[in-house]
Design a binder for this molecule. Sequence first.
Ligand code: SF4
Length: 204
Amino acid sequence: MNSKKKRLTILLPAGRLPLPVMAKAHELAQRFGLEVYLSTAQNMRLMGLDDAQLEQARAELAPLGVEFKGPGKFPIPQVCIGSRDCSAGVQDPEELSRRLLAHFQGRGPFKPKVKIAISGCPLCCPGVKTTDIGVMGSKQGYDIYVGGKGGANPVVGRRIARGAPADQVISTIEALIAYHDRKTPKKQRMVRLLAEPDFPFAEV
Ligand code: SF4
């Protein structure tokens, strides 16, 4: 039997933590002596589970409607609080994130390793310009960046749209995800596709 401790990552769209999920996670953590980690991707991770506890935690959390991290899932956007609660915010990233998730609901599987970030203003707190698909709020709408990445050798993404309305953001992301899927055998970052001759968007 594998005795190595496991982890369970609960996906939290837009970093929102529903109170029933928080209460259940708290109760599980107390019962099983777990650590609770809020990840840089805005998800919540329960750490220190054995195999039986992992299955039990999944079984008790699933009825609350939570989704767990796993292969093939649509990349939940990393967002800031935006105009809802930031004095600099001019757009609401949570609202756009919700529309995106609804648009891609039930589709997939999606190939890794595409990440998405949405900011509520040009200060780009969620790392919009160093994410595979970055959506930057401005007074005019949204600017869209593609091919950014962080890590040891960070790259600033290429801007492919300015002042776009939400509908255009969604259709552009759909086109980018479809292109990535077509061009990706297993997994890759968007930055590797920017030099392709048929890349569907020019720099603006
Ligand atoms: S990106 Fe702008 S709106 Fe979002 S948290 Fe930073 S300053 Fe506020």
